[in-house]
Ligand binder design. Sequence first.
Ligand code: ZN
Length: 227
Amino acid sequence: MIEAIKEHAIIHGREVKLIKKNDKRRVQAKCVKGCPFQVYGSKINTEEWTFGIKTLSLEHQCGRVDKLRYTTSNWLCDRYANMLKRNSEFDLKSFQEDVLEDYKINVKKIQVYRAKGLARDLNEGTFKKQYARLWDYAEQLKNANRGSTMKIKTHIVKVETVFQRIYVCLAACKKGFLEGCRPVIGVDGCHLKGPYPGEILTVVGVDGNNGYFPVAYAVVDIESKDS
Ligand SMILES: [Zn+2]
């Protein structure tokens, strides 16, 4: 409920004060300028984080403000982490301008700087977790495509297992190549972006229509004789 009140305040550009009652089960929010705006709610039961709203008046008579203390770096990270995942080079000035355009709120440079750091930790963390599930992924692929080949190579850095490369040849692709393609193959590579760059290599054959036919693929740290 507190988060919802803060979000409402940010969207409407009004400063509200939160009054948490001593028993922590009741929350009240009022406009700092003394408008009729008021929200009063209490927890429905002690176990769940569900609040019942007892009083609700969303009317503000005050004007919008362009700065709010609720637009913290955590809040910015929450809202913009996905965008930053796609665009890690996004500069601080553009980030501030985007927040102003989206929410009509000015945020400090230090806030967007911190939000970028938080988003990087968050996004790289999820990437890291995905690497840890590679073996599950390989097992799943083998189960769904009997006869497929999957090879994962790792090396140990200090005490951590670090991903080096993966090779995947799906049974259906192998069969298709052997049955319907000319006995020639080509290898092509493409650089990967993101926090863990590398290269994706694909092995392609040529099918009856002179089209490329994927046979296998690999994700490697660098393209070398070894990989
Ligand atoms: Zn107000």
